[in-house]
Design a protein around this ligand. Structure first.
Ligand code: ADP
Ligand code: PRP
Ligand code: MG
Length: 226
């Protein structure tokens, strides 16, 4: 693993430091758990039927926290968790500088796209774009020298053009079913998205010995699924 093969002077030889892994609740969780299990990290109880936010595992020093996907980079960057799993869309939108991204977990694969109504023509003048990915959208259009007005939404972006709120949306597209069901079509491709393992800067320094084998076991589990 290039860039990870160093040992900090601060690192203790103790392999039993506490380690917290932040997991995105929602659609990523059920694909994440089998990968963790392959790395021998197993929650002590059923995450899906519990109202708990923090879970013990089969290792007394490893805990899992289950939080909103968009909060994972925040926890990991600020050391509230040592590592985490989050979609590339969330990571790009968050724009974290203090996160290492050592592994593509190859789950929740989809694309970020610009979409609009099937019969929408060219937009005259400034275009209005509805999205929850405000930073990604700004950057995508700015790179092309296109000026857009952005309306921030928190979900159901596909509704915005139907209701006349926006000319376009920027959202996740997987099967395309949601676009089709609402009379929208994909128009421009922004980027490929999958879920990534992220590790905080402090954790990488202080807990490298502990984290490295977990990354390797997760990588092997990802390869085995291909
Ligand atoms: P949220 O409530 O924030 O939308 P989700 O659980 O729906 O969280 O999505 C978590 C992550 O899964 C997203 O950040 C994205 O990377 C990926 N994702 C979202 N929608 C889809 C989809 N329809 N198909 C595949 N992956 C998706
Ligand atoms: C996601 C995304 C799209 C849809 C795309 O929504 O925001 O609406 O999935 O998938 P498709 O191309 O296979 O139809 P999600 O179900 O996560 O709803 P939410 O994030 O708005 O709550
Ligand atoms: Mg969603």
């Amino acid at each position: 693993m290039p860039g990870l093969n160093f040992l900090s002077g601060n690192e203790t030889a103790d392999m039993k430091q506490n380690l917290t892994i932040a997991l995105s609740k929602g659609r990523i969780l059920k694909d994440t758990l089998p990968l963790l299990e392959a790395a021998d990290i197993i929650p002590a109880e059923d995450i899906f039927s519990s109202r708990k936010l923090i879970f013990d595992t089969n290792h007394d020093n490893i805990k899992l926290v289950v939080i909103r996907a968009t909060d994972v980079p925040t926890y990991v960057e600020h050391g509230g968790a040592d590592m985490g799993v989050a979609g590339k869309d969330v990571l790009l939108e968050y724009g974290a500088k203090g996160l290492y991204e050592p592994l593509d977990l190859d789950i929740a694969r989809c694309r970020l796209m610009v979409a609009g109504m099937k019969d929408a023509g060219e937009v005259e003048g400034r275009m209005t774009v509805a999205t929850k990915f405000v930073n990604i959208t700004k950057e995508f259009f700015a790179r092309q020298g296109r000026q857009v007005d952005i309306i921030k939404l928190y979900g159901a972006m596909e509704l915005a053009p139907i209701m006349g709120l926006a000319d376009r949306i920027v959202d996740i597209v997987d099967t395309g079913n949601t676009l089709r069901a609402n009379g929208l079509v994909p128009m421009e491709d922004i980027c490929y998205v999958s879920s990534r393992l992220v590790v905080g800067k402090a954790a990488l320094k202080m807990k490298h010995r502990q984290i490295q084998p977990i990354i390797e076991q997760l990588a092997a589990a990802v390869d085995a699924r291909k």
